[in-house]
Design a protein around this ligand. Structure first.
Ligand SMILES: Cc1cc2nc3c(=O)[nH]c(=O)nc-3n(C[C@H](O)[C@H](O)[C@H](O)COP(=O)(O)O)c2cc1C
Length: 161
């Protein structure tokens, strides 16, 4: 049994592929944050100010519901949290995730994919939502990041904690 978990949200598969790779490299368990209401293509249209994602991301108190649940959170010490950057930060459903568990004594390590933006203030936002956790600074990865680079980043982060 691993004390490491890679928990991720992915709307179009990029973060999912990276998360699966990361979990394999560090022998972590994998958990998908599944929205109760799956995001359709039109929900994801950032050009449309009235699309679901645009409306949700303008409202920092928005908490989209999650249908999946981690049953054995107590087993984990290190929780990598992966997401696509939406409007320069973590998607609102990540905020829901952080408010859904007691992360006391755990180390949260954010990581993300994006078109080009960096991870921004995501870690600060996440710290405010999970104040009992140690939330480390995260990193944005290109989808083709080599395995060795991904693995050594993750191992260094766990040592930093
Ligand atoms: C609603 C929405 C907002 C986005 N905002 C940004 C952004 O601010 N900066 C950026 O570089 N990419 C942005 N993207 C692109 C995604 O971060 C990128 O395509 C990501 O790798 C998708 O990951 P996924 O396939 O796991 O969902 C946005 C995508 C969507 C759907």
């Amino acid at each position: 049994m691993s004390d490491k978990l890679v928990a991720f949200f992915s709307a179009s598969g990029v973060t999912k592929a990276l998360s699966e790779r990361l979990a394999g490299l560090i022998e972590a368990d994998l958990f998908e944050i599944v929205p109760e209401q799956i995001y359709t293509k039109s929900d994801l249209n950032w050009i449309n100010p009235r699309s679901r994602s645009s409306v949700e991301m303008k409202d920092t108190s928005c908490r989209p519901a999650i249908s999946s649940k981690i049953e054995n959170i107590d087993n984990y010490k290190y929780i990598f949290v992966g997401f696509p950057v939406w409007w320069y930060r973590e998607p609102s459903i990540i905020d829901t995730f952080l408010e859904s568990y007691n992360f006391e004594g755990k180390v949260i390590i954010p990581f993300c994919t994006s078109g080009s933006s960096k991870i921004g203030k995501s870690a600060d936002n996440m710290r405010a939502l999970a104040p009992k956790a140690t939330v480390l600074e995260g990193l944005r990865f290109a989808k083709k990041v080599p395995d060795e680079e991904l693995k050594s980043w993750a191992e260094d982060k766990m040592k930093e904690a």
